[in-house]
Design a protein around this ligand. Structure first.
Ligand code: ADP
Ligand code: MG
Length: 141
């Protein structure tokens, strides 16, 4: 497990860019943390690092549930915040998305552990001050 600390939104975006370079072409990445922790912010950096879009083109998929970036759909960004039941999540067809040669970023995926791939990266973000964040990366097999 690796731990990082950032002191601004920009630093978190930069960290996301660096982490993107180490991701395999197919990987589920769970972004875990409270509302406002910085999950969408680090997603901006990862999408940028993968060359799929610029940070200001990346917005929260809270209402749309799934965003796709890059010409060949190399990055998906999913937010399950608004879904309460596993049954509702199951209708999204996430398995099919996880099977693609893509990096799949998921906010609130830890609420539905049975629907998440066992092999995944977990990025945990914790607020340690107004602009400070502690960011832990774990690789699950
Ligand atoms: P989440 O997706 O976890 O709900 P967001 O990424 O949408 O969170 O929002 C994070 C908020 O925290 C933004 O308003 C951002 O500007 C602010 N922020 C302040 N410091 C940081 C930091 N070090 N890293 C990430 N975001 C930060
Ligand atoms: Mg978010």
């Amino acid at each position: 497990m690796a731990t990082y600390r950032t002191a601004s939104e920009e630093e978190t975006i930069r960290l996301g860019e660096e982490l993107a370079a180490a991701l395999p072409p197919r990987r589920a990445v769970l972004l875990i943390g409270n509302l406002g922790a910085g999950k969408t912010t680090i997603a901006k950096g990862i999408v940028k690092g993968l060359g799929a879009a610029e940070p200001d083109e990346v917005s929260s998929p809270t209402f749309t549930l799934i965003h796709e970036y890059g010409s060949q759909g190399r990055v998906y960004h999913i937010d399950l915040y608004r879904l309460d039941e596993q049954r509702a999540v199951a209708t999204l067809g996430l398995d099919e998305i996880f099977d693609r040669e893509a990096v799949v970023l998921v906010e609130w995926g830890e609420r539905f552990p049975q629907l998440m791939p066992a092999e995944r990266t977990e990025i945990r973000i914790r607020s340690t001050g107004p602009d400070e964040r502690e960011i832990e990366i774990s690789e699950l097999s």
